[in-house]
Design a binder for this molecule. Structure first.
Ligand code: MOS
Length: 735
C-alpha cells in the first residue's frame, strides 16, 4: 500500500490535473517509444561488443558475415567512416578496447535475427593486454580525478584534537546499473545532409548537438523526436555509442537503421553508477555539536574518461561543523564509463554520512533527530549564503509524528514481534535545485483549446501533466483543455532532463508564454470596436474559463465577460500565439536553493533467516510547491522504492577475469518487486520557494532515493545490533 497525503499551502487558484496527461495513451499502448515508430525501409542494426576487457582489435574478417542472409553492411573500426568524436563514445574510430562490452562492430541487416546471426560469423582477433578489474584490489592506485575536487573548512586537525566523540569508518556501495523499462533505442534516417532521429533520451537538444558536431552538419539539420520515454534515471542523459552508430550505419547503408539495445547491453556500454569506498570521520563535542566532518570518497572510473560519483559533495552543505574536509579520488579500471544515476553522489554519499551520524548519535547517547537539529545548517555552510527557502525542521517533525518515532527504543534488539526483530531508523534526504533557461510557445486556439509546445522531454515522470497545469494556471482554465507537445527539436529549445531541473525550468517558461499570449488576446479585445472591452486598458483584463473579464468585475455577479472563441472568430479566426524564454532569477548568486526531506523506516528482520523487510517508509519533503499530487508523490515514492533496492538488493558483479557484468539481466540483478515494497507514506510541506522561480517549485526527480538506504541500515541496526556499512545489506551480512 502506498499512502500519499499532501498538506495544502498551495494558492487557491492552482489548477491541478487529477489524472496523468499521458496516462490513457500509455495504458492503451498508443504512446510510441523510440524503437516503435514505423519508418519505411528501416534496417536493423546489431552492435557487436568486445569480449576482452583490454587491448586492441587486431583484425575482423567480415567476409562470411557479409555473405550471410539479409545482411546489408558490416561496420568495423577498419571501414567505418571517420567522424568527429564528440564526447567519449566508442564509435569505431580506433581499435583500442577499453572494456568488455564496448561496441566494436555493427551489422546492418533486413531483420534483427539475421543481423544477430551474421554477428556470429565475424572472425575477430585481439591483441590482449592485462586488464585492471578489481576495484578493491586496485584501491592503492587511487588518484585525484582530472578536475580535482577537494574542499576544506576550518582546521580539521585542531577540531579533531578537541573532540569528545569520534566516528571513523569505511562505508561502501557497489556498482549499480540503470534499468528503465525501456532500454535505449535509436532509429536514424538521412535525407541528403539532413538527419532525422527517434531517440530514447533525457535531452533531445543534447542529442541534436552531439550528432551535429559528430557528422559536421548544422544543428538545424538534425531533427530529434522523442515524445515518450520509458524511464531515464541518468543513463539517457548522455549520447552513447549506439545513437551515433545508428546514424553512421544509416549513412553507410543508405537506408534508415534502427538500433535497440538488449537488456544485457544496459550493463556497461551505457554507463554505470561506480562503486564507492568512503572514508568518513565525524568528530563532535559532548553536546553533539559537530567539530569535524571528513569525507573522502573513491570510486572506479573508466579508462575512457574520468567520471566521479560525487559522494562527498553534499557533505559540505548538509550540516554545520567547525571544520570540514572532503575529497574525491578515482581508480581507473577496464570497465564502461560511470555516469549519472538517480541522485549521483547524494544517494551513495548520504548512505555513508547518514549512517555515520546514526553511529555518532548512539555514542553520544542522543536521539538521531536531535543530533541533526543541533547541527542544523541555518545558512549554506559552504559559503554563508542564505537558503532561498528551507523547512527541514518541519519535515523532520511532520515525518516523525506520522511515523511514531517517539515509540522507538534506542537500544538495539528490544522490539520484537514473535520471530521478527523490529527496528526504526531515520536519515535526512537532500538534493540541489537547479534550472536551465527554457523557451516555449503557447497558442490560444480558435476552438477554445490552448496549445503549448516546448522542446523538453517527459521521462515518464509527469512533465506533460505539469506543463498543462502551468498553462492552465496562467490562463485560469481547465487543464484538460490544454494540448501539450514536447519531445521534438523543432519546438522552442529547452535543456536536458537531468539533475532534477525539468519542472523548475519548463513550467515557468510555459507559464510566461501563456501570460504573454493572454496579453496579446487582451490587446485584440481593446482594439476591437465590437468587444465590450473596446478602448479599455489591456492590463485591466484577465481570462477565466474561456472568458475575458475586466479584472475589477471578474469576481462580481453581472460581470460582462466576452468569450475568447467569439473574440478570435471576429478577429480573423487565427490562434493568438506567443513565445517566452524563462530567465534565471537575477539575484540567484545571493542565495542557495536546495531541497530537503526526512525519511523514517521500520524494518522487520527475521531472527532465524535474517531476512530484512522494509515494512514502512514515512517521508516528508520540502521541495517547494508540489505541482501535482499524483505525479509528484508518485515520483517521490518511486525514489523510496529505489532506495529499498539500493539498500537491500542492487549490485552488479564484475567477472575479474573477463571484465563482464555477470548478472546482466533482471533475473540476477535484483531490484525491488511488489513483495519488497510495503507501506510508503509520502507527504510534502508544499511551501513555495518563490525566490527560486515564480511557481515556487524545485525539481523532485532525485531526492526520493536519498537517505533511504541509510535509514534502512540504521533501522536494521536498531533491530539487530548489526551495523552494516557495505551495501547491499544481504542476508550474509546479518548472520
Ligand atoms: Mo538524473 S541521474 O540527473 O537523470
Amino acid at each position: 500500500m502506498i499512502a500519499q497525503e499532501v498538506q495544502t499551502n498551495v494558492p487557491p487558484d492552482t489548477r491541478e490535473l487529477g489524472h496523468r496527461y499521458d496516462g490513457v495513451a500509455k495504458v492503451t499502448g498508443r504512446a510510441k517509444y523510440a524503437a516503435e515508430f514505423p519508418v519505411k525501409g528501416v534496417a536493423y542494426g546489431h552492435i557487436v561488443t568486445a569480449t576482452i576487457p583490454a587491448g586492441e582489435v587486431a583484425s575482423i574478417d567480415t567476409s562470411a558475415a557479409e555473405r550471410a542472409s539479409g545482411v546489408h553492411n558490416v561496420l568495423t573500426p577498419f571501414n567505418a567512416p571517420r567522424v568527429t568524436v564528440s564526447g567519449n563514445v566508442n564509435i569505431l574510430q580506433d581499435t583500442t578496447v577499453y572494456f568488455s562490452g564496448q561496441p566494436i562492430a555493427v551489422i546492418v541487416a533486413r531483420s534483427l535475427p539475421e543481423a544477430r546471426q551474421a554477428a556470429k560469423l565475424l572472425r575477430i582477433t585481439y591483441k590482449e593486454q592485462p586488464a585492471k578489474l578489481g576495484f578493491h584490489a586496485h584501491l592503492a592506485d587511487a588518484r585525484p580525478p582530472g578536475r580535482g575536487r577537494e574542499t576544506r573548512r576550518g582546521d580539521p586537525d585542531a577540531s579533531l584534537a578537541k573532540a569528545a566523540v569520534v566516528i571513523d569508518n569505511i562505508y561502501s556501495t557497489p556498482i549499480e546499473n540503470h534499468n528503465p523499462m525501456e532500454p535505449h533505442a535509436t532509429i536514424a534516417s538521412w535525407d541528403g545532409d539532413k538527419l532525422e532521429v527517434y531517440d530514447a533520451t533525457q535531452g533531445i537538444s543534447g542529442t541534436q548537438g552531439t550528432l551535429a558536431r559528430t557528422f559536421g552538419i548544422p544543428q538545424a539539420n538534425v531533427h530529434v523526436i522523442n515524445p515518450y520515454v520509458g524511464g531515464g534515471f541518468g543513463c539517457k542523459g548522455y549520447t552513447w555509442s549506439h545513437t551515433v552508430l545508428a546514424c553512421m550505419a544509416a549513412k553507410v547503408a543508405g537506408r534508415p537503421v534502427k538500433i535497440a539495445l538488449d537488456r544485457g547491453q544496459m550493463f556497461g556500454p551505457v554507463g554505470s553508477r561506480p562503486n564507492t569506498y568512503q572514508h568518513i570521520k565525524l568528530a563532535a563535542a559532548s553536546d553533539g555539536k559537530l567539530l569535524l566532518q571528513h569525507h573522502e570518497s573513491t570510486c572506479y572510473t573508466s579508462l575512457i574518461q574520468d567520471w566521479v560519483e560525487g559522494a562527498a559533495g553534499q557533505t559540505s552543505l548538509m550540516y554545520d561543523s567547525e571544520s570540514l574536509f572532503t575529497e574525491h579520488k578515482v581508480v581507473p579500471l577496464n570497465l564502461g564509463m560511470g555516469t549519472w544515476m538517480r541522485a549521483p553522489g547524494e544517494s551513495t554519499g548520504s548512505f555513508g554520512l547518514e549512517v555515520a551520524l546514526d553511529e555518532l548519535a548512539e555514542k553520544l547517547n542522543m536521539d538521531p533527530v536531535q543530533l541533526r537539529l543541533i547541527n542544523y545548517a541555518e545558512k549554506n555552510p559552504e559559503n554563508g549564503k542564505p537558503w532561498s527557502s528551507k523547512h527541514l525542521r518541519e519535515a523532520y517533525s511532520q515525518a516523525a509524528d506520522r511515523f511514531g518515532w517517539s515509540k522507538r527504543n534506542a537500544k538495539p534488539g528490544q522490539m520484537r514481534e514473535g520471530d521478527l526483530l523490529i527496528g526504526y531508523g531515520m536519515a535526512t534526504a537532500n538534493y540541489g535545485a537547479g534550472r536551465s533557461p527554457s523557451s516555449a510557445i503557447v497558442r490560444i486556439q480558435p476552438n477554445g483549446r490552448v496549445y503549448v509546445g516546448i522542446g523538453t522531454q517527459d521521462l515518464g515522470t509527469g512533465t506533460y501533466t505539469i506543463l498543462a497545469q502551468s498553462v492552465a494556471q496562467a490562463l485560469n482554465m481547465d487543464p484538460s483543455l490544454v494540448d501539450v507537445k514536447l519531445g521534438d527539436t523543432t519546438l522552442p529549445r529547452s535543456g536536458g532532463s537531468g539533475g532534477s531541473t525539468t519542472a523548475a525550468s519548463v513550467c515557468p517558461a510555459v507559464y510566461e508564454a501563456a501570460v504573454a499570449a493572454k496579453v496579446k488576446l487582451a490587446q485584440v479585445a481593446v482594439a476591437d470596436p465590437h468587444s465590450p472591452f473596446h478602448g479599455a486598458n489591456a492590463d485591466d483584463l484577465d481570462t477565466r474559463d474561456g472568458q475575458l473579464y475586466l479584472k475589477s468585475t471578474m469576481a462580481k455577479a453581472g460581470a460582462d465577460p466576452e468569450s475568447i472563441t467569439a473574440l478570435i472568430a471576429r478577429n480573423g479566426g487565427e490562434a493568438i500565439e506567443a513565445t517566452a524564454t524563462s530567465q534565471l532569477a537575477p539575484d540567484r548568486d545571493t542565495f542557495t536553493s536546495h531541497s530537503w526531506g526526512a525519511v523514517f523506516v521500520e524494518v522487520a528482520v527475521n531472527a532465524h533467516t535474517h531476512m530484512p523487510l522494509v515494512r514502512r517508509a514515512v517521508a516528508t519533503y520540502d521541495i517547494g510547491t508540489l505541482l501535482n499530487k499524483k505525479t509528484g508523490t508518485n515520483q517521490l515514492s518511486g525514489g523510496i522504492v529505489w532506495g529499498i533496492g539500493m539498500a537491500l538488493h542492487e549490485e552488479a558483479h564484475i567477472d575479474h577475469r573477463y571484465g563482464r557484468t555477470i548478472n546482466e539481466n533482471f533475473a540476477e540483478y535484483h531490484v525491488p518487486v511488489n513483495a519488497d515494497v510495503h507501506e510508503i507514506d509520502v507527504t510534502c510541506l508544499n511551501i513555495p520557494d518563490y525566490k527560486f522561480n515564480q511557481l515556487g517549485c524545485r525539481g523532485i526527480g532525485e531526492i526520493g532515493i536519498t537517505g533511504v538506504a541509510a535509514a534502512i541500515s540504521n533501522a536494521i541496526y536498531n533491530a539487530t545490533g548489526k551495523r552494516v556499512r557495505d551495501l547491499p545489506i544481504t542476508l550474509d551480512k546479518l548472520m
